[in-house]
Ligand binder design. Structure first.
Ligand code: SF4
Length: 63
């Protein structure tokens, strides 16, 4: 699956990073970087958790 970030909606709060710091990183400039946008199927539950935790709805999953 692939993680899709809508940069226009992201407000760099970092909830996603707190759930999966190996995948999401808020940089020094405040911009979120998706370090590993392609994720294996066995990580779907964790990625769904990160998507659900985003308060601005900036994240989604594509198959
Ligand atoms: S939780 Fe949402 S708003 Fe916060 S950094 Fe992640 S994608 Fe951006």
């Amino acid at each position: 699956m692939r993680i899709v970030l809508d940069e226009g909606k992201c407000s760099s709060i970092g909830m996603c990073e707190s759930i999966a710091p190996d995948v999401f990183e808020v940089g020094d400039d405040g911009a979120l970087v998706v370090l590993a946008p392609e994720q294996p199927a066995d990580r779907r539950a964790l990625m769904e958790e990160a998507v659900a935790a985003c308060p601005t709805g900036a994240l989604s999953l594509a198959d």
